[in-house]
Design a protein around this ligand. Structure first.
Ligand code: PEP
Ligand code: MN
Length: 294
């Protein structure tokens, strides 16, 4: 596979707003679309109170139908960034084209490239020139190699990139897309880039998000993305997959012991790797000393 900058071991950490995305388990949550200042403030205040630090919300929406809600554009960005700031969070929103890139880059902390734009190479080239981190979603029918090569476009000039698995198109009608957890495991083997798993767009449902979130912790993903709405049935987009505040609270509570266990296991591994490294240094020094003595 022709990877240059996305390969494992190339980079060591992506920090945004004081959050190191290469360490720990991060939850990105918020509504599919920013619908009003009141709506996004309510979501931000609730989630921040539960320890969520990254607020999502679409202002420019890629909708299948031109008759569906298209997003609040610049005012949506303003509502999102104000709500994030007021609640001590950082923000992420989708950039759909070069035209809206300056407005999105000015307002939000992380720029999201949607599944439909993963192969929009002119947009990816533009994003290689910006100083903000980019979350790149996997295209609906993209292979792992195509996904990583799309990331390479951004990496030409911008090394702050996050991969996002959001499921691929399949024959299964009961889930919106097919979540490729094998792909996530593989991406972690192939690349150093942080990986977020979008459990809302991959499943299109709310009832299986919690066990999948636990699986993502166990798998070693850097985090998950979920859609949360104060009144899911009234959401202007993706109502079927929006978690209510109660759903979100239950999910966050259910992953806590898993995150704690992972943190403990990682610390244990780092300690034993550190011990192995210092032992091998002693062995090497001792054997070179022995060689000199001979
Ligand atoms: C989104 O996250 O708002 C979105 C539209 O997702 P995707 O690009 O994965 O369909
Ligand atoms: Mn959505």
């Amino acid at each position: 596979m022709a990877l240059y900058n996305a390969r494992k071991g190339f980079n060591v950490g992506l920090t945004v707003g004081g959050i190191n995305l290469n360490r720990g388990f991060h939850v990105i949550a918020g509504p599919c679309s920013v619908e009003s200042a009141e709506q996004i403030n309510a979501v931000a205040a609730h989630l921040a109170g539960k320890g969520v630090r990254i607020l999502r919300g679409g202002a420019y929406k890629p909708r299948t139908s031109p008759y569906s809600f298209q997003g609040l554009a610049e005012s949506g960005l303003r509502f999102l960034s104000d709500a994030a700031r007021a609640n001590g969070m950082i923000s992420i929103s989708e950039v759909m084209d070069a035209e809206s890139l300056p407005a999105v880059a000015e307002r939000v902390d992380i720029l999201q490239v949607g599944a439909r734009n993963m192969q929009n190479y002119s947009l990816l080239k533009k994003l290689s020139q910006v100083s903000k981190p980019v979350l790149l979603k996997r295209g609906m029918s993209a292979t792992i190699e195509e996904f990583l090569l799309a990331a390479e476009y951004v990496l030409q000039g911008n090394d702050r990139i996050i991969l996002c698995e959001r499921g691929v198109r399949s024959f299964e009608p009961l889930t919106r897309n097919m979540l490729d957890l094998a792909g996530v495991a593989l991406l972690r083997e192939l690349s150093h880039l942080p990986i977020i798993v979008d459990l809302s767009h991959s499943t299109g449902r709310t009832d299986i998000v919690t066990p999948l979130a636990q699986a993502c912790v166990a798998l070693g993903a850097e985090g998950i993305m979920v859609e949360v709405h104060p009144n899911p049935s009234a959401a202007l987009s993706d109502a079927d997959q929006a978690l209510s505040f109660d759903d979100a609270d239950c999910m966050l509570e259910a992953i806590e012991p898993w995150v704690e266990l992972r943190t403990r296991l990682e610390a244990q591994r780092e300690r034993s790797e550190g011990r192995a490294r210092s032992t091998s240094t002693i062995v090497t020094a001792a054997s070179s000393g022995a060689q000199r003595a001979r």
